[in-house]
Write a protein that binds this ligand. Sequence first.
Ligand code: 9D3
Length: 246
Amino acid sequence: MRIDVVSLFPEYFGPGMAPGVIDRARQRGLLDIEAWNPRDFTEDNYRTIDDRPFGGGPGMVMLVDPLRRALQAARAAAPEPVSTIYLSPQGRPLTQKRARELAAMPRLLLLCGRYEGVDERLVAAEVDEEISIGDYVISGGELAAAVLIDAVGRLQEGALNDADSAAQDSFEDGLLDCPHYTRPVEHELGEVPAVLRSGDHAAIRRWRRQQSLLRTRDRRPDLLALAELSPEDRRWLSLQGDSNED
Ligand code: 9D3
C-alpha cells in the first residue's frame, strides 16, 4: 500500500515515525509513505501558505493553491486512483471498521491541516472524506495522520507476526480485551489468577470472555450495546453485580 501525505511537517513521516510494526512494514516493502510539503508548491518569494480568515477571528487559514498543487503532484506520482482524506476535527471519528476498509485500498492521500484549518473550497473540491481521531483537540493533522497510518499499516498482509494476530484484537469482536499476566506467578503486587495456570483451555477461554464482558460493561457500555452476545454471555452478565471497577 502507498500512502502520500501533504503536510507542512514532512519530517513527521520519515523513517522511525512509528517504531515496531509500522517501521517493519515499511522495511518489508508492505507500506510506502511519501510526504509532500505544500510550502514547496508556493510561488511567491515569502513561500506563503496561509492568510487571515475572511470575516475576522483568530488564527490563520491555509491557502487553496499550494495545497492543491501538492495534492495534484502526489496524485501524479503513482498511477492508481487515490482517495483523498482530510484529517480534521470536523471529520467522522475513525473506527476499526473504517480502518479495515481503508487498509484494503491500494493508495491513500492524507491532507494534514495546521492553524485553524484549510480553505473550505479546497475541501469541497479535492477531499473525498474527512476523518477525526476523537473528541479532543490536538494541534494539527499530523498526529492524526500518524494514527491512521498505524491503524491501516498494521492491517497489511504480513505486517503482524502470529503473536499479534489482528483477528484477536480488541474491537474486532466489539469487546475490550481481557487482562494479561506473565511471570512471576507470585509477586508482592498479587498473584496470577489460578485459572490461567490450570491448563484447562475451555475454562481459560471462558474466563477471558467473562473478563472482556465485565470490563466492556463497566468502561464502555456503548460498545457492549453493539456487541454480538451469545445467550451464555447474557446469562453470565445478568448474574454479575452492576459494577466491577478495577
Ligand atoms: C483551537 C482551535 N479550534 C477552535 C477554534 C479549532 C481547531 C482547529 C484545528 C482545533 C484543532 C485543530 C487541529 N486539529 C486537527 O487538525 C485534527 C484533529 C483534532 O484536533 N482532534 C481530533 N482529530 C483531529 S484530525 C485533525
